[in-house]
Every structure is written in C-alpha cells, then in structure tokens.
Design a protein around this ligand. Structure first.
Ligand SMILES: [Zn+2]
Length: 54
C-alpha cells in the first residue's frame, strides 16, 4: 500500500505532485489564478464601498 497522499489542485482538480513547490496547486499558473481571483474580490469590494454616494 502506498503512503502517498493524493492532493488535488483546488483550481483545476488535477493531481498535485507530492513535492510540488506550488502546493496545494498543481502549477504556478493555478496558484496565481487563485490569488488573482481573491485579490480582485478584495479590490472590487473596497472600490464599491468607496463609491456611489455622490
Ligand atoms: Zn491546477
């Protein structure tokens, strides 16, 4: 039996290599996509709260 844990990428659901330096993501691309999504949400929330009371 194997001791390996099958980690899957939260973004694309591919199997992540156990020694991947982008864990828990499969690649640099998936890691930055997830970060950008998160960053964009933060930015748009702040932007919306700052506007609209004119
Ligand atoms: Zn991925």
């Amino acid at each position: 039996m194997s001791n390996k844990v099958n980690l899957t990428c939260p973004n694309c659901k591919k199997i992540v290599e156990i020694d991947s330096k982008f864990k828990p993501f499969c690649s640099k691309g998936c890691k930055s996509i997830d970060f950008l999504k998160w960053a964009n949400e933060e930015v748009s929330i702040e932007t919306f709260e700052d506007q609209g009371l004119d």
